[in-house]
Design a protein around this ligand. Structure first.
Ligand code: R5P
Length: 311
């Protein structure tokens, strides 16, 4: 069955594409990606895809727009070359936070991206811990959102001390925190976060008890690190023990995210490899791979199996 599939690596995370291909025992499809001096993207497939089940691995990580256009170009090339089906593996889905109109005369960018992906012939989308599960509703084609929670929970488990609480940094993460807590057998604490701008947030309330407790703050993503920094502050103010572990699926780690998380109480920061993590010289940072999870999902797709066992 695996001989019917071709995996192409976009430029957003070629290491992850290589790991997926290795886990499946296949080689990556030959292709070339170039950026023209004017900023345009050019993609060329260097092998036939007629009748093939094609998987394109491309998180729409920063620079989001370039990587998105590259994904569209890959899919368009595959469709015009008569691929049997095109699946976009988008481990990090840029624009997922723009899932509603926050104000007047603004777009719903996540819906716009969904329309674009389908227009170029993408017939199946696979993501990991997408910001809002309702994103699926913007698509008419199947969307499978895998979760990195089991992989992250296994990675942090040994490092957590007795009595640790799992902290959802905002209401949107309560479900994810609950899944972590169920796996780690801990209580959940919820912070009420208010976003003041793209980079500024404020914690208004804390629901639960953190006094003398170590904390595991979880999130779908760390972008500027602002949410984590404010969460740490609020937890310590509420009497938490200065023993904080952080676990987030997507480590975008932009701007001064590392500085934001450089708090004496932070013991470790766990992220996955959905986007390439470049902060090599950061002793607290641990990167766990979700490539085996994605490879296992592809194996199920190729055999019409179920994703249920993947967590
Ligand atoms: C927001 O609702 C998300 O779940 C994350 O909390 C947020 O996007 C993280 O961004 P930053 O690191 O810039 O605060």
């Amino acid at each position: 069955m695996m001989d019917a599939l071709t995996i192409f690596a976009g430029t957003a995370n070629p290491d992850m594409a290589r790991s997926i291909a290795r886990a499946l025992g296949v080689r990556l499809g030959a292709c070339q990606v170039e950026r023209f001096p004017d900023g345009e993207t050019s993609v060329k497939l260097d092998e036939p895809v007629r009748g093939r089940e094609v998987f394109i691995v491309q998180p729409t990580a920063p620079p989001v727009n370039d990587h998105l256009v590259e994904l569209l170009a890959f899919a368009d090339a595959c469709r015009r070359a008569s691929a049997a089906s095109i699946t976009a593996i988008v481990p990090y889905f840029g624009y997922a936070r723009a899932d509603k109109r926050d104000g007047q005369r603004v777009p719903v960018a996540a819906s716009m991206v969904a329309t674009l992906l389908q227009t170029v012939g993408i017939a199946h989308v696979v993501t990991v811990d997408v910001h809002t599960p309702q994103l699926e509703g913007f698509f008419r084609v199947p969307v499978d959102s895998l979760t990195a929670v089991p992989v992250l929970a296994d990675a942090v488990r040994e490092r957590l001390s007795e009595g640790t609480v799992v902290v959802a940094p905002d209401a949107g993460r309560v479900r994810m925190a609950t899944v972590f807590a169920r796996r780690l057998k801990t209580p959940v604490v919820v912070l009420h976060k208010q976003r003041e701008s793209g980079t500024k947030t404020k914690v208004l309330h804390l629901v639960g008890d953190v006094r003398d407790r170590a904390c595991l703050i979880i999130d779908d993503m760390i972008s500027t690190g602002g949410t984590m920094a404010k969460s740490i502050e609020a937890l310590l103010e509420a009497g938490a023990r200065p023993e904080i572990t952080i676990a987030a699926t997507h480590g975008l780690l932009l701007d001064d995210a590392r500085a934001q998380l450089a708090h004496a109480s932070v013991r470790a920061v766990f992220v996955t490899d959905t986007v390439p993590v470049l902060q090599e010289d950061w002793p607290q940072l641990r990167v766990v791979s979700v490539a085996p999870l994605i490879a296992a999902a592809i194996r199920q797709f190729m055999t019409d199996g179920s994703l249920r066992a993947l967590g």
